[in-house]
Design a protein around this ligand. Structure first.
Ligand code: PMP
Length: 339
């Protein structure tokens, strides 16, 4: 047995340090589904045949999402997390490489590397917005261009006109809107105008379903059809489909929670305005080298590196968690002599 050399170039997955009560490192929703919503999901499950494979192209769930948007299920594809869909989108299209815009979500590069697809990086500008002209220049032989808006880990929405510049080249654009609910803005309707636009969304953030693992794309029928020819057939199970069907019935709950998270996000930002970037997502980018200090206090955040060395990304938590975070960061600033 000889494991491929490429595999060794990947970092092993690190488990987040256990035993810390406050977990603000994965941009999850801090709110679990209420018991009564779980009960509704359990009711759905009671009716299902656990011995049978799920629908091969996840039609029940695609229909539920399509109804939610008022579009056809032929424009919706679902996956085991947005991540699974990204794993296909890096190689589904003809071209020589993918384009990414660092600092951004790491999984685009991860799956490209796994498939031995080169990555052309067009860094974000100083203000963390994309450079539409520079991307357009690089997009000619690209399989796809990956743009996250709001971007992770910087938190900002990308300007529509810059995205349009890239779309107008005809290149495939994967617009990753994992955090769109927190921005209150989405460009998904542009799929009607641009067959080269693929909008990626997830149930892991605003919908409180990170543990269920599911995400989806909204795109042209041709893209959806192509994806279902190659996608792992049964990656979205019956339990996932039942959970999604139920949470979509309770979007008002999602909206109320999103509003609460935004309120908390702004509260944290106000306390550390000098060190915190504006955010359109459920997390904040902070120019504070406080990862270890916070860990000592039992608060886990995301430590960033490279261009964002010395920065942390902090997911907005529950009110009491945010209070602890604010207290700890105030103490950090005092200790560091910046307070
Ligand atoms: N895109 C971005 C920008 C993300 O931050 C995440 C989650 N960290 C995802 C996609 C994928 O989320 P999931 O696989 O949980 O759907």
């Amino acid at each position: 047995m000889k494991i491929r050399e490429l595999v060794k170039s990947f970092e092993p997955y690190r488990v987040t340090e256990g035993g810390h009560p406050i977990r603000l490192d994965k941009n999850e929703s801090p709110y679990d589904l209420p018991g009564w919503v779980k009960e509704e999901i359990f009711e759905e499950l009671r009716e299902l045949s656990f011995n049978r494979y799920p629908h091969i192209t996840s039609m029940p769930m695609r229909k539920a999402i399509a109804r939610f948007y008022g579009i056809s299920p032929e424009n919706v594809a679902v996956g085991n997390g947005g991540d699974e869909l990204i794993s296909y989108l890096v190689w589904l299209f003809e071209g020589d490489y993918i384009v990414t815009t660092p600092p951004s979500f790491g999984m685009y590069g991860f799956y490209a590397k796994l498939n031995e697809i080169p990555v052309v990086e067009v860094p974000l500008k100083e203000d963390f917005t994309i450079d539409g002209d520079a991307i357009a220049e690089k997009s000619k032989n690209a399989r796809a261009v990956f743009i996250a808006s709001p971007n992770n880990p910087t938190g900002n929405l990308q300007p529509e006109e810059e995205i349009i510049k890239v779309l107008d080249t005809g290149a495939v654009v994967v617009l990753d809107e994992a955090y769109a609910e927190f921005a209150g803005k989405s460009l998904w309707r542009l799929i009607e105008e641009y067959p080269n636009l693929i909008v990626l969304r997830t149930f892991s953030k605003a919908f409180s379903l990170a543990g269920v693992r599911t995400g989806y794309i909204l795109a042209n029928e041709e893209v959806v059809d192509a994806l279902y020819r190659v996608k792992s057939p049964f990656s979205v199970g019956i339990m996932t489909m039942a959970a999604v069907k139920v949470v979509l019935r309770h979007y008002d709950l999602v909206e109320r929670r999103v509003a609460k998270i935004i309120e908390e996000r702004e509260r944290i930002r106000k306390a550390f305005r000098e060190f915190t970037y504006p955010s359109d997502a459920n997390f904040l980018l902070m120019r504070l080298n406080a990862y270890e200090f916070l860990l000592e206090k039992g608060i886990v955040v995301r430590k960033l590196s490279g261009r964002l060395n010395g920065h942390i990304r902090v997911t907005v938590g529950r009110k009491w968690e945010n209070r602890k975070l604010i207290e700890a960061l105030r103490e950090y600033l005092e200790v560091e002599g910046c307070g």
